[in-house]
Design a protein around this ligand. Sequence first.
Ligand SMILES: [Zn+2]
Length: 383
Amino acid sequence: MYRKLTADRIFDGIRFRSEGTVLITTPEGVVVDLVATEDAGDEVQVLQGMLSPGLINCHCHLELSHLKGKIPMHTGLIDFVKHIMGNREAEPEIIQQAIAEGEDEMLKNGIVAVGDICNNTSTIEQKKKQRLHYHNFIEVSGFPPYVAESRFSKIKEVYDEFKASLRNNSIIPHAPYSVSIHLLKSIAEFEGNNILTMHNQEDEAENEFFIEGDGKFLELYRSLNVDISFHKAAGKSSLQQYLPNFPVQKNLLLVHNVHTDEADIQLASSCFESSPDHLFFCLCPNANLYIGGQLPNLELFRKNNLQLVLGTDSLASNHQLSIYAEIISLQNTFPQIPLEEMLKWATINGARALKIDDRFGSFEKGKQPGVVAVEEGRIDLVI
Ligand SMILES: [Zn+2]
């Protein structure tokens, strides 16, 4: 017995279909076809609002869910980082409970797949339930070059624990201001990786730290008593220094990009000239508004035909884990960008970024992408 669904509008992962289209799936949600109402036969279920494939959250930190509401808004990135360092410890039961609730919230909000940053193994048990697809981005940091080797071997142990229970894992760098080129090279060479990601240009202090060699990150390292006297002004942005060290044959998701400019985009495009399909820019608008109050220059990315995807970041810097809420925020600031385009970022682009577009991201025959109904901001995972 097939399921037949229609609504006011159907977005198929790439475009809105014409009015009167019916989605036909198996009871498990495997797409059989999209047909006109007159060809759909009986028992078509009519829903209000819009249908879309399941939403893809390309950037989350599920393990930080217990920090919901704990960190004040608008502190700027450096104080936010300090708050995270000071608050992330908690009773294991509290952490586990918040992880389970965070996952429930994503499911309730129509999210079917997640690129999830992991600094430790606390999310493994929940992820073993396989309620969502996860790509685990196991994150390492270490700015002084002399810690590169020890940090890499330590994170490799975390990676091995993930690998023993879960598929789809990578070791990834945290951000240019916290990872040496030396450490980045070990990550780039690690053969277990097929997708990479990195926080990028989230705060203007990151560019200042690399271009001028000073600013708030220098102060942060001083306050932590980390000697970074080796760090010198290079006259180039963080992205321009770090990107040439990434392997272009693997997918790369650059996250935040609030202070990415035209010169950065040109450099990124030329680095990935031979494989532009591998480069993705992930936007986390609600986290940007929570921490710094500023959004990326979206028109710059659109003008250069770059592949955009969406992320929620963690509950430490967001009031909810909802990709649709991220779209609503973007629509408020950029009403000229069609909803269709943003939905594409949230579905097929996300699926391509996480290399799961054989199953997720669009209503193409044979895929099992999840079916989401959205009506007046209310979201339901229908199948
Ligand atoms: Zn993040």
